[in-house]
Design a protein around this ligand. Sequence first.
Ligand code: GLA
Length: 443
Amino acid sequence: MASWKFIAVSTVCVFVFLSGNISGLDNGLVLTPPMGWLAWERFRCNTDCKNDPENCISDRLFRTMTDILVTEGYTAAGYEYINVDDCWLERERDERGRLVPDRERFPYGMKSLADYVHSKGLKFGIYEDYGNFTCAGYPGVVGHLSGDATTFASWGVDYVKLDGCYALPTDMDYGYPEFGRQLNLTGRQMVYSCSWPVYQIYAGLQPNFSSIIEHCNLWRNFDDIQDSWASVESIIDYYGNHQDVIVPNAGPGHWNDPDMLIVGNFGLSYEQSKTQFALWAILAAPLLMSVDLRTIRPEYKAILQNRKIIEVDQDPLGIQGRRIYKHRGIEIWSRPILPIQQGQFYSYAVAFVNRRTDGTPSDVAVTLRELGLSNPTGYRVEDLYEDVDYGVLSPQTKIKVKVNPSGSVVILRADAQPGYAFNAITTRTPYTPLNDVFRLTKK
Ligand code: GLA
């Protein structure tokens, strides 16, 4: 019975991987998921520059983060956007109805800040809200769609996150495309990040994903991330449990956004931080760090700058990965990536996650074929966090990884080899369902 179930699931996975060819918002931007820094999760709506000048939402904070992105190796690793979130505005528009940045906290205005970001070779993102107010109560864009799009273009904005507080979810099917249209009309290319589906899902509506894909470069499906492993787990579970609906929507230029990276903050252990980063890469997620780059510890910085995992996230195929196994606290997530051999055998990134809390590492042993890796000429397999090269393995080779408990990960990359690299495979092992190959000691 179990094996039938598994075979059925595998077939669906393969079908979805191979058929994910939806075309999206055609502004030529973010053909791989955007990477950058976003203020919200770490710095929230701290407007108290008198008592907390170094951490308040201000011109100074964003210039500082811009500098660090460049000097500390983040831009070299691919991080590109400096994104302002909520709480940058005055409470009122000006007499001509234009948005005004807080006069004390952004004394030089947003154009000056954008110019500074651009002068360092980076791109500048801003936050607004489709409704009457932003989530923190500042003026929203409704009633000012054209004017606000023009304002953003005149400031040199490269990326707009449009939230959905204080708006009717039923209005969003019109409002989000319309604001996107206004952005396009400015003639300035701006990445368009939408919160459209998440507000509709909360309201019990079924989002029209073909329209969302057509009009947005990325979109939120689920809750705001908070500084805890429980929050990361809830996001992982949501994406895993709804993957049949979510995964096919992703592709170059149009991405699901499971929210910011919280690596380097207070809530995750070192191992859990590695897991968030690995799974976000499997999910083809935007890599938007929300962390204090002035004080981040070196081991967390190393996670955020792990080139091998960034390469998985930025894989040009843009196919979002899936959870292919979940049983007794062990999960396996897998994402097809380049290179493809013989027009059909993908390479894969595979993450093994251990969410058990029984204190000791779990061994996970599985053949490549059981993971869906069946290229007859084999795969070169390496660990993306540890310096372990498994060499070229045939599909029937059983690999065994030791995964620490409490939210730890082992992430491998298996590159499909061309015909000449591995040709000694003549035998096939019988199929074994994945659920039978794990050696778990407890329920
Ligand atoms: C919403 C969004 C968050 C953040 C806040 C700002 O909750 O989902 O990402 O932008 O608003 O108020």
